[in-house]
Ligand binder design. Structure first.
Ligand code: HAM
Length: 419
């Protein structure tokens, strides 16, 4: 029978790599809850229309990257390419806005984008996501960004750069888009890649962050959105920067940071690392003040971010190897049950360890205890079974003593904190 392989761009997460993901999730829980965020879990499958309407019909994600298919009744469904749209839908569906003035939520989970797989880019990847609804305050932008910064710091990451921009609002951005289009009309068409030639008419801002070298050259000459913000957007952006400077969270202004999703307004940001190659963006986010309304809800501002867990994992040193406290070697068939009982008792006292399921000689079992890096190897044979004792071997010093089984906890104490 032939073996069934996995789908291209989808990966298995197995130990030890998977322990990084648990660490990222646990750290997110600890850091985000200190800021008042609560966990939310939303479906991975949503109506296609949700993503088309929120992320934007003209974006690369909606045009070329979604896993979309009809269900058995012919309704078009999409595996979520990101979490914000689903969370905004859940915010509305559950009328969360009527419960509290501001709502802070976080989630983790798999996202799906039909992109060309490479290092740091997968078709199924994972994000840590945080969203804040219900406030226009620039302090909220700054707080969210400082939370992201602290989170990345807690993961032990360094050598990161925070890029910051403002994309303006529905009052000032159309005027900027018009100026940009006027400028682009003066440029030779062949200087733009085919995608940007189309975007020139549909989504001109995206040309600013196109990675094709010729488009980048054109973008360098183009008008800057920062020079075209309305007074309110400028004041908002100034306030965000003032708080970030006071905290301090270091950032660089990047007027070409437009992000790949259409729901953004005002503050946008990305965290990049120079240590992981081409897919350098480890986190991205921004304000989406029109999104909830666009989905049929009340006028309600919002801001959030998502970190790419595969990319964070590339930068993390974790896991430190966890050291078991004991390996209990059963030397005789008759002692197998008692081995289980003793191991159970130790685990009840928070010691970590394993016990052999088959009786084997001491030599091979000591070798295994060594391989597991267990602090102690406990040897249980017929003699010990009869005398209600057990041999305790300290694997580091080599000391070996016979202990009463009833006092085994004392033999293993003090419990190591690194395990
Ligand atoms: P995004 O910039 O599309 O934003 O994705 C956020 C992060 O997800 C990226 O910085 C990257 O680290 C990671 N990522 C994206 N695509 C892939 C991929 N194919 N493979 C591996 N990692 C990937 C969003 O998704 C927005 N929803 C963020 C947000 C939340 N904005 C407001 N709230």
């Amino acid at each position: 029978m032939h073996q069934i392989s996995k789908i291209k761009g989808f990966t298995d997460l197995i130990w030890p790599e998977v322990s990084k993901y648990a660490y990222m999730e646990n750290t997110a829980r600890a850091v985000f809850s200190a800021y008042g965020y609560r966990e939310i879990r939303v479906p991975v499958l949503e109506k296609t229309e949700l993503f088309a309407r929120s992320i934007g019909e003209e974006t690369d994600i909606v045009q070329k990257e979604m896993f979309t298919f009809p269900d058995r009744k012919g309704r078009l469904l999409t595996l979520r390419p990101e979490a914000t749209a689903g969370i905004a839908r859940a915010y509305l569906d559950n009328t969360m806005y009527s419960r509290e003035q501001t709502t802070k939520v976080f989630t983790f989970g798999p996202m799906f984008r039909y992109e060309r797989p490479q290092k740091g880019r997968q078709r199924q990847f994972h994000q840590v996501n945080a969203e804040l609804f219900g406030t226009h305050s620039p302090q909220a932008d700054a707080e969210l960004i400082t939370m992201l910064w602290r989170y990345l710091h807690e993961l032990g990451l360094s050598n990161l750069e925070l890029h910051l921009n403002s994309l303006g609002c529905p009052q000032c951005r159309p005027e900027f888009s018009r100026r940009l289009q006027e400028f682009l009309a003066t440029q030779p068409t062949q200087d733009l890649c085919p995608d940007c030639q189309r975007r020139q008419h549909t989504n001109p801002l995206r040309i600013l962050d196109c990675k094709v070298p010729n488009c980048q050259k054109t973008a360098e000459q183009a008008p800057k959105i920062g020079d075209n913000l309305c007074a309110q957007c400028q004041a908002h952006f100034d306030s965000v920067q003032k708080v970030l400077q006071a905290c301090p969270v270091p950032y660089v202004l990047n007027s070409r940071l437009v992000r790949g999703l259409d729901y953004y307004q005002r503050t946008t940001f990305e965290v990049v690392s120079r240590d992981i190659g081409a897919q350098s963006s480890v986190a991205g986010g921004g304000r989406y003040d029109g999104l909830v309304q666009q989905l049929g809800g009340p006028s309600c501002p919002g801001i959030g971010f998502a970190c790419g867990m595969e990319r964070l994992a590339l930068l993390m040193d974790y896991p430190q190897e966890s050291v078991p406290d004991f390996y209990l070697a059963v030397l005789d068939q008759a002692a197998l049950d008692q081995g289980q009982i003793l191991a159970l008792g130790l685990r009840g006292h928070n010691f970590q360890g394993e016990v052999s399921f088959e009786a084997r000689g001491p030599k091979s079992q000591l070798r295994l205890a060594n391989k597991l890096k267990a602090r102690f190897c406990l040897l249980l044979g017929t003699e010990e079974l009869e005398n209600k004792t057990i041999v305790v071997k300290d694997m580091q010093s080599g000391d070996q003593r016979t202990w009463p089984q009833s006092d085994l906890v004392a033999a293993l104490a003090p419990k190591s904190h690194t395990s």
